[in-house]
Design a protein around this ligand. Sequence first.
Ligand SMILES: [Ca+2]
Ligand SMILES: [Ca+2]
Length: 86
Amino acid sequence: MKKPMNKMAFLTFLAALSVPALAAAEIPADIDTDGDGVLTIDEVQASFPEVTSDGFSAMDLNADGVLDEDEVTAAQEAGLMPPTES
Ligand SMILES: [Ca+2]
Ligand SMILES: [Ca+2]
């Protein structure tokens, strides 16, 4: 007889999945292809082709033309950039 996964176990499973993403308050290496610690629009669009230049500008809070860790985190929290997974 099969037991359905109970809700608590499912939530625990989800929490386990999301911990690495939350802990990684840094630029994902798979997006930051040149490894300089910030994301240019080219790097963002390479991973997220749906991001427009307007969308990038909205994420670039200090308008310096690149996204730093804080801006990426804010963009992901605001739903402007999909959460990244390893
Ligand atoms: Ca970069
Ligand atoms: Ca910026």
